[in-house]
Design a protein around this ligand. Sequence first.
Ligand SMILES: [Fe+2]
Length: 197
Amino acid sequence: MAGVAKLRDFVRGMTRLAEAEAAEERWVAEGGALLGRLVAEDDWLPEDYAIPGPSYRQYLLHCDPLERFCVVSFVWGPGQKTPLHDHLVWGLVGMLRGSEISTPYLPGSPMQAGEKEVLTPGQVAAVSPQLGDLHVVENAYADRASISIHCYGGNIGAILRHTYDPATGTQKRFISGYTNRMVPNLWDRSLELRPAQ
Ligand SMILES: [Fe+2]
């Protein structure tokens, strides 16, 4: 399977989990395995969704029509970093290219930082209000871009979430949005079908 077909296959697998009304544990276990397969090879992400910018970018690759899940290409320029934030839904992070560092935090005033987790290509991590939902994420590299593929249990760019001041625990309202206006065309299957004509 080549190119965007790999992403289409992943979207189909995740849609089957949505159809089965999977509980969070199943999304994390089975969805995490599907995401692990997707990021095992870095040969399918269209170039337009891999371009870094002046701050980290979130390109929507697919949103389920009923907003039960979405898939996002998260592109880090050199040294870029998120504020401390929450998600409020389950989230899966699969490392595609380069490396990122997640620092988990516990609620409080001040908020306590946990042990840093480093993700390398092919690895998958999970966040959720049950598993631990507060973290800062940064590109592990100061001299090159990194890309991770995220999947969340909702339309993450349109969910009202929060950023936090780690010194005080004070919340601020936050809606991340998306960098792109167009999503990849997963459905032009003519190239696969034409040779069989
Ligand atoms: Fe996050």
